[in-house]
Design a protein around this ligand. Structure first.
Ligand SMILES: [Ca+2]
Length: 597
């Protein structure tokens, strides 16, 4: 009450009017794959215009390659490894609080009279996800509301809009679908049609993000807010592809960063149509936003302002990767203007360690697995560079010259001529880990992990997966793949990428207490369409029987799903076989056999 009275009093209202409004547009899981960053296949006219009228940052990085650690750092201005927020979806149910004195940065904006919101209805037809995803708990919300239109008259506002479009599952862009054959994937992926299809879907999702952002900018313009609003666009982590999201290669941590400022504000470090080659970290968005609001960076924050009168340059950026879902790992990286040093604390955990989400939802990874296996479905094999990602171990250290080798393909850790540069970055990392008292060095407490969702429910048998958000768990018996269902959502899924057409699945199974609702499938370009499902008439009674489902697939098949009815019960599969039919001929694509006979 005291606060809103102050805002309404005349001198305070004047001060408020001098403060710019600040809007963050936060994309999901994307790299600088935009027209304005030189990509000529994708169409992103709205973000291109924002960059043309604002400042494009060419070397911007997130602090972690997964949503929640990255967002935890972005919201506090603290490295996630300094506040025990480095593990994905940790501390959801253990009451963990931020260390004494640490606050989400919106706290300081509120103190300065700002209205803060995490927007839901962002523009006509555009919904923000209202995502927070922090690995800590707060007293109350980090935001005052869900729209800037909830602010008091004359009150300055900070708003963030979280966009879902570029998060998998990707959808085809209905306006300008990207032609997969125009895409050349980076050299560490096999350049095969199915991979290009997956990339086209990624581009399509960014184009839809761009369309949504266009509508939000239109709303701001219609509400005459652009004269006094700073607009910041960035992503929370890199693209959801192998070597992207979840990894500390450029594909996991390089983010687009565009800042548009009203010309009349004359903000130092920003300008119309300017390009910054400075290293920038998303941890600095916090301090920068506070700086623009006239608030000095709180002493405990690691972020530094990169705009405004107190702006400072950063000559190195850091990033960290720790547990992601059931995959326990610890990786750290430091990058200066030219080199990147990666330290793998768990070389025993392969890049492609089992993970029930990425193994099902990332067709490019499935393709690489298949091409790497002894029975490739796609013609051809991975080359040496591509196959390196499939290795059983990671190197302990990696060191790259990003100027000469932007795709990080040549590990220079043993190169004599790079010893000095390597030693420098090793030292920087040692200092960072010491100064932050890296909380990732301590094994995570069981109580910090949401169970059974994050661990026990996420099981694979031979590539068939159950996961969190489902109520069934897989296991393997001596003679079957066994499914125990115990709730509403009971899905068993796996990826397999193969040319589509008239497909057929046959399986021998028995069901007791629970029926199979449907068999469902996904294509790379139509991954999660509820129409791609067929009911299966299950005969209950505990006897093994054979079932057959014919299903059509356009493009490349990517996913198979057994969708069980809700309830408690058991199912066992003796074998499952996938075929493609051409006329009278039936070609076996793959068979999974669990019975001994
Ligand atoms: Ca994300």
């Amino acid at each position: 009450m005291a606060c809103s009275a102050a805002v309404l009093s005349a001198p305070a209202a004047l001060r408020a009017a001098a403060k710019p409004n600040i809007v963050w547009l936060i994309g999901e899981d994307l790299c600088p794959d935009l027209g304005c960053y030189g990509n000529h296949v994708i169409q992103t006219p709205n973000l291109d215009r924002l960059a043309a009228d604002g400042t494009r940052f060419d070397h911007a990085y997130v602090t972690g390659p997964i949503c929640s650690p990255s967002r935890s750092a972005i919201m506090t201005g603290m490295w996630q490894i300094a506040i025990d927020a480095q593990n994905h979806r940790a501390h959801r149910s253990d009451g963990y609080r931020l260390p004494e004195g640490v606050q989400p940065f919106t706290h300081y904006l509120r103190q300065a009279g700002y209205h803060t919101s995490n927007v839901i209805t962002a523009a006509p037809g555009v919904r923000g996800t209202n995502k927070t995803d922090y690995n800590f708990n707060l007293n109350g919300s980090a935001f005052d509301g869900t729209d800037w239109n909830q602010r008091a008259p004359g009150q300055p506002f900070y708003a963030q809009i979280n966009f879902a479009q570029s998060h998998r599952v990707w959808k085809r862009d209905p306006l300008h679908p990207v032609d997969p054959d125009k895409i050349t994937p980076p050299p560490y992926y096999p350049n095969v049609p199915a991979v290009r299809e997956d990339w086209a879907m990624y581009y399509d999702s960014i184009q839809q993000l761009d369309t949504a952002i266009g509508k939000v900018l239109e709303r701001l313009e219609n509400e005459r807010l652009l004269e006094n609003a700073v607009i910041v666009f960035f992503g929370d982590n890199g693209r959801a592809m192998p070597r992207g999201k979840e990894y500390l290669y450029e594909g996991g941590i390089a983010t687009p960063l565009i800042v548009w400022t009203p010309p009349q504000l004359g903000i130092e470090g920003a300008g119309r149509g300017s390009v910054s080659k400075r290293l920038t970290s998303c941890i600095d968005l916090t301090a920068t936003t506070l700086e623009l609001a006239g608030i000095r960076t709180p002493a405990h924050m690691h972020g530094i302002p990169f705009l405004g009168p107190n702006r400072r340059d950063r000559d190195i950026v850091f990033a960290a990767r720790d547990r992601g879902d059931e995959t326990v790992d610890r990786i750290r990286c430091v990058r200066d203007a030219r080199h990147k040093y990666i330290r793998n604390y768990r070389p025993d955990v392969p890049y492609t360690a089992e993970n029930a989400d990425r193994d099902v939802e990332i067709p490019t990874l499935a393709i690489m697995r298949q091409m790497h296996s002894k029975e490739p479905f796609e013609k051809g094999r991975l080359n040496e560079l591509q196959a390196r990602f499939m290795a059983a171990r990671k190197p302990e250290e990696e060191f790259f010259d990003l100027e000469k080798d932007p795709h990080e393909t040549v590990n220079l850790v043993d190169s004599a001529s790079h010893r000095a540069a390597l030693q420098k970055l090793r030292g920087e990392m040692d200092r960072w880990i010491q100064q932050t008292r890296d909380t990732g060095a301590v094994p995570e407490k069981r109580s910090a992990i949401e169970r059974p969702n994050e661990i026990e429910n996420r099981v694979q048998v031979d590539g068939w997966c159950t996961r969190n958000y489902t109520d069934c768990v897989l296991s393997r018996t001596a003679s079957s793949m066994h499914v125990h269902c115990s709730g509403k959502v009971n899905l068993v899924r796996r990826s397999i990428v193969t040319e589509g057409g008239d497909m057929q699945i046959r399986f021998r199974a028995r069901f007791s207490g629970v029926a199979l609702k449907a068999f469902a499938w996904g294509a790379i370009t139509d991954f999660d369409n509820p129409k791609n499902a067929k009911p299966v008439d299950v005969v209950p009674g505990g006897e093994f029987r054979e079932y057959t489902v014919d299903f059509p697939v356009e493009g490349h098949l990517a996913k198979l799903t057994f969708d069980f009815a809700s309830g408690t019960g058991e199912a066992d599969f003796a074998w499952i076989a996938l075929f493609r039919r051409r006329g009278d001929h039936r070609e076996l694509i793959k068979e999974w056999k669990y019975n001994r006979t």
